[in-house]
Design a protein around this ligand. Structure first.
Ligand code: PLP
Length: 393
């Protein structure tokens, strides 16, 4: 089949690819421990399930407005007021089918052919592909481990050209787990103000932060920062609702209208039942969110020293999300592999642990380990990796 040009260079999501391979091996009876997951391992909290069920029983099973139910927009507005002290109007909110599709919709309405979007490396796999699908050009800035995987204002300034439309800031970050401080964000916001570019602030891991760090949205910093920021967030990670597919954008009314109009022809509306569930997620108790956060934090505490102790692994302690991103280039070399990709494949087929090779994130010397799995499984997985490395060293 002669496919459209726009999909000919599309790289399938590495995260989903390795998960598929791991599932295939599992189906053959191989005892695989998956550290590839990009989702919390808890079920959606009971009160949210109940709200969804109630809404269905009440017959709320029909189309809704394309950009989301008014009651859900109100719940999101209250959440943004409560957590970020930001005030938005309903025409500045668009609810979509997960943060991923909201981002996709954003780039579709924002970019013309050749428009540039700045993406810090390591990046979440879908950003470059989504920009390219909108005929935009991803422009990468490498944030090294020595700079805690965060870009500086100087780097940002250097990357901006007269074709730059936007920069993506993902804090806490997938895959690095790093969080930009208020001061770092202020410096970045100032560069964006001078250059007149949009800030896409992906805050999907906002609720998963550890230790004494705090999460600041770049939109909170000033009126100018708010006006040039489009916040992307959703219930997937915070409320363990990845399968419900609810995410949102908050920002400029003109942009939100275009996104909503596009959704009206592409999706009609986010699933109605999921929207009712999301209303409860934001309006109901937030205790379960905190319980899950604490569980992730204690797993991190338990597992981090063990990963750090694997020979040839060099890892920074993450501040948020649920991933570790060790640089394993030394381990791969010392155990006889040409690349970290090959090392990651061997971890799956020989040590029976599924990890995500960092090449998909633009960070080819790393692998990503998700700790969104039980402590027993984590402990066993890290032991397997340790043994694998020492046996081949
Ligand atoms: N942004 C980042 C950084 C992510 O890691 C993910 C999910 O893995 C998303 C956005 C998309 O989340 P969802 O589409 O489930 O709301």
């Amino acid at each position: 089949m002669n496919l459209a040009k726009r999909v000919q260079t599309l790289t399938p999501s590495t995260t989903l690819a390795i998960t598929a391979k791991a599932n295939e091996l599992k189906a053959q009876g191989v005892d695989i421990i998956g550290l590839g997951a990009g989702e919390p391992d808890y079920n959606t909290p009971e009160n949210i399930l109940e709200a969804a069920y109630q809404s269905m029983k009440e017959g709320k099973t029909k189309y809704t407005p394309a950009g989301g139910l008014p009651a859900l927009k109100e719940a999101i507005i209250n959440k943004l007021e409560r957590d970020q002290h930001l005030s938005y109007k309903p025409n500045e909110i668009m609810v979509g089918i997960g943060a991923k599709h909201v981002l996709y919709t954003l780039f579709q309405v924002l970019l013309n052919e050749g428009d540039e979007v700045i993406i810090p490396i390591p990046y979440w796999v879908s950003y470059p592909e989504q920009v390219k699908l909108a005929q935009g050009v991803p422009v990468y800035i490498e944030a090294t481990a020595s700079q805690q995987y965060k870009i500086s204002a100087v780097q940002l300034k250097e990357a901006i050209t007269d074709r730059t439309k936007a920069v993506i800031i993902n804090s806490p970050s997938n895959p690095t787990g790093m969080i930009y401080s208020k001061q770092e964000l202020e410096e970045l916001a100032e560069v964006c103000r001078e250059a007149g570019i949009l800030i896409v602030s992906d805050e999907i891991y906002e609720k998963l932060i550890y230790g004494d760090v705090t999460h600041t949205s770049i939109a909170e910093l000033s009126e100018d920062a708010k006006n040039r920021t489009i916040i992307i967030n959703g219930v997937s990670k915070s409320h363990s609702m990845t399968g419900w597919r609810i995410g949102y954008a908050a920002g400029d009314a003109g942009l939100i209208k275009a996104m909503t109009d596009l959704a009206s022809h592409s999706t009609s509306n986010p699933t109605t039942t999921s929207q009712y569930a999301a209303i409860e997620a934001y309006n109901g108790t937030q205790e379960t969110v905190e319980e899950m956060r604490q569980a992730f934090e204690s797993r991190l505490e338990a597992i981090f020293p063990k990963v750090e102790a694997i020979p040839g692994f060099s890892v920074i302690r993450p501040q948020g999300a649920f991933y570790l991103l060790p640089d394993v280039s030394e381990a791969a070399r010392k155990t006889g592999f040409d690349s970290v990709d090959d090392f990651a494949t061997a971890l799956l087929t020989e040590a029976n642990v599924a990890v995500i090779p960092g090449s998909g994130f633009g960070a080819a010397s790393t692998i990503r380990l998700s700790y969104a799995t039980s402590l027993d499984a984590l402990t066993e997985a890290v032991e397997r990796i340790h043994k694998f490395v020492t046996s081949k060293w």
